[in-house]
Design a binder for this molecule. Sequence first.
Ligand code: BES
Ligand code: MG
Ligand code: ZN
Length: 491
Amino acid sequence: MLNIVRRIRDLYRLNRIVPLVKSGQSIEFKIPNDKIKKVVKHINLEELKVGDVKKISIFKNGDLINFIFLVLPEDEPDLFSVAELGRKTINSLDKKELKSIDYTEIEALYKSKNSYRFSRAFFEGMLYGLYTFDKYKEGNQKHDGIEISISEKFYDFSLKSGIVDEMNILFKNIYMARDLINTPPNDLTPHNFASFIKGNSNDKLNINVLYHGDIKENGLNLIYAVGNGSEHKPCLVRIDYEGKPESKDKIVLVGKGVTFDSGGTNLKPTGSIETMKSDMSGAASVYAIMKSISESSLPVNVTAFLPLVENTIGATAYRPGDIIRSFSGKTVEVLNTDAEGRLVLADSLSMALKENPSLIIDMATLTGACVVALGSNIAGYFSNDDNYACKLEKSFVDNYEDICRLPLYAKYKDRLKSKIADLQNISKKRTEAGAIMGALFLQEFVGNSPWIHIDIAGPAFIEDNHPVFGEGGSGYGIRSLYNFIKCNFSS
Ligand code: BES
Ligand code: MG
Ligand code: ZN
């Protein structure tokens, strides 16, 4: 997908990227090059501001050559802005025709010893920008990837550090997750999703699927109840990866996989229902993380549980008022069939707990309240373990995926007590603290195990336009969680 080759020392390549530095009111060239100065004459430097991407096209020997000028700040930029420049660069070119780019590295402009991460963020922004979802359009074509010519120094670094291979693995899987999220719910049913996972995995991943009957037999009654309204019956996918057989340590990942969330009998209104094909983003992202871990052969043991269900309205659907005995034994009074994510996750978290894990992480498009609180760029996370919470947050910051910790506020636990069952699935105070109440409900099923819950309802699916991810299914969190596991558990 991304192929980095040594720079060909020819200024007039078809697509040439030139970083400029803005200090105060003027633009400086930190990379002096008289030939570039000739091209720069065509732009009004005074008009440019930090963050601009300006394209100048010139004809040379019958070829149209694009010079793309990036305007960077004099002080070290943040990685998010650099990735944003990468995406803007791709968007300034014809994506379909784009085959190669000659790239003047950004890291040479700054002094810090980790300056290579600027180039990495720029490439990542380009890769996010190259993604398109046009499978359902006439005349669609797959992009074969892009070749980038760079300096000797960065080339050596990228070979030694293996970052190009890793970026390729991660982005291939991010594209896969984005495709799954964007696929309409008539094509991505629970069964089709499970079949896709079985057909797409390598032999380092062990896949086991519990189907409708098995789910009932095993007493996974919450998953069974939520999925029972649909003709497309539920399944629970289990994925095992054993990269460190000599150790018993294990991480368990859980991903919410509601292939369509109509709200059930508590039907969602127009305006909230249209994007609910994306309610399986947690499952798609966890699968992409498992694939990336296995393809990079990380020395770590990880198991994943993906409850795949369709939450529909209908004759066999569960009802507000139903009381269901969960796999854990706790009974749950369903007071709102639209709070279905916490139900399917509850049984999956109980399964996770049986594995005696060092850490459980779940990813879920759980609450609209989290989007109200933090907006669509930022995920909320909750944890009962400060040490892991800190490390997780660091990984999200390093990978410039925005996240914010919210409290597991124990004094609100009473609000989930049902009069006639052990728990109810929504809070007694319906209009308050929705994201916290979802997390507190999940906490009832993780015992004393270290656990992190990530509510990705905002960033998983972008309705307008995110500066780095663009539109639609984003693949949010895949890079950060992969790196969190790589840096903290594999050794
Ligand atoms: N899938 C939704 C949450 C959601 C909302 C995800 C917006 C992405 C964007 C979830 O199942 C849901 O419907 N939650 C309810 C909970 C409520 C009934 C307590 C909500 O947020 O309104
Ligand atoms: Mg719902
Ligand atoms: Zn949902």
